[in-house]
Design a protein around this ligand. Structure first.
Ligand SMILES: *Cc1c(COP(=O)(O)O)cnc(C)c1O
Length: 405
């Protein structure tokens, strides 16, 4: 049974007041809140387990290693990877994409092409630009339409060049909430022999990706957007790609043998995990995944889709308010503007009322340029939000309109 008031009690921060008003947290697209079990997993690690992993013969080191590796196994099962060694701990989505983009230089020559989409987060644009600058490869963009949906006919044309070696596209857009048809896009990339990386940062809070069914080569995400801690994320990679890619960073843990003449690399996943990792947070990501399964992804989606429908209806009734992005095939994000009012001013007034939304370009400046706007107000809902909170948002927007127009 999905009992919203019990679920809200799992998140200590939600009972806080901000600016003298109960917190209404609608900035889940930037980071989610953390349930007590995740907070406890972090403190328990430091209270009773703390030791470095994969090194010591002593008992605590063993316990810490087991906890870290069992978290890796939970993540493997969660995304249905074939092997635990295809699950690489990184610092986040950004770290994961940079790992792939950096090593991918080995497979490129001048004139090869890399495709990103018009909907990407800067994290899935800039690493590829750096790679192009290093290799002479060319970055091309899959365009979108006025609804904020990718134009697949244009994707086909780009793939037909025969020069595309990598496609990097998000599963769900953080700026508009668009759910991209990635299964189809993955197949099409493979038909022309290109690899494909999916930026899943905005998908994992809402759904359970199946990397084998999708058949993607890489899938990247962050813990902190799915009830887990900051500073840890995952790169899933198919075994054969991870074998071929060179190490990203050199250091302890990632070697088999080191001499001054040269070194050899450790087996997967350690080849990509140089240095002491973020052990506590890696373990807590496993706890976050357990927590989300306890709630149930079906329940999560049902609640979020109800909130989205309710908020879309209420916001659409506000005169002068324009919602950007698709009407269907989207997640629980509403990106909007009000005629003649700067998004920042709306965000500031909402903040005074205890309502946290994101304003600005959402690290997706090309999306804003497409619509010729400086930014939007983005309200992003999680399963622990309520319709009553949406009513507060609507009242806040009405108040902002009165004050500012
Ligand atoms: C948040 C986000 C990122 C970056 O994630 P970090 O945790 O900051 O590394 C990348 N892509 C999308 C779509 C995002 O929403």
């Amino acid at each position: 049974m999905f009992d919203i008031s019990n679920i809200r009690k799992d998140f200590p921060i939600l009972s806080q007041q901000v600016n003298g008003k109960p917190l209404v947290y609608f900035d889940n697209g930037a980071t989610s809140q953390k349930p007590q079990v995740v907070i406890d997993a972090i403190s328990k690690y430091y209270e009773v387990i703390n030791a470095n992993i994969h090194r010591g013969v002593h008992t605590l080191s063993q316990i810490a290693t087991d906890a870290y590796e069992s978290s890796r196994e939970k993540i493997r099962a969660h995304i249905n990877a074939s092997h635990a060694h295809e699950v690489i701990f990184t610092s986040g989505t950004t770290g994961a994409i940079n790992l792939v983009a950096s090593g991918f230089s080995e497979f490129l020559k001048a004139g090869d092409e890399i495709l990103v989409s018009a909907l990407e987060h800067h994290s899935n644009i800039v690493p590829w630009q750096l790679l192009c600058a290093k290799t002479g490869a060319v970055l091309k963009v899959i365009p979108m339409d006025e609804n904020g949906e990718l134009i697949l006919a244009e994707y086909d044309k780009l793939l037909a060049s025969g020069k595309v070696k990598m496609v990097a596209v998000n599963h769900i857009s953080n700026a508009l909430g668009t759910v991209n048809p990635i299964a189809e896009m993955i197949n099409k990339a493979h038909e022309v022999g290109a690899a494909i990386l999916i930026d899943g940062a905005q998908a994992v809070p809402h759904m359970q990706p199946d990397v084998q069914a999708l058949d993607c080569d890489f899938y990247a995400f962050s813990a902190h957007k799915m009830c887990g801690p900051t500073g840890v994320g995952i790169l899933y990679g198919k075994e054969n790609w991870l074998q071929k890619l060179p190490p990203y960073q050199g250091g302890g843990e990632m070697i088999k043998e080191v001499t001054f003449e040269g070194s050899t690399w450790a087996d997967l996943p350690h080849k990509f995990e140089a240095g002491t990792p973020n052990i506590a947070d890696g373990i807590a990501l496993g706890t976050a995944i357990d927590y989300m399964h306890d709630i149930g992804f079906e329940n999560i989606q049902k609640q979020e889709m109800e909130l989205l429908a309710y908020a879309t209806e209420k916001l659409s009734g506000i005169e002068g308010l324009r919602i950007f992005g698709p009407k269907e095939r989207k997640t629980s994000v509403i990106s909007f503007n009000i005629d003649g009012i700067h998004p920042y001013d709306i965000g500031t007034i909402l903040d005074k009322m205890g309502v946290a939304v994101r304003t600005g370009h959402h690290c997706a400046q090309p999306v804003m340029s497409f619509f010729c706007i400086p930014g939007t107000v983005r309200a992003s809902f999680s399963f622990y939000n309520t319709k009553e909170e949406i009513d507060i948002l609507v009242a806040g927007i009405e108040k902002a309109k009165r004050m500012l127009s």
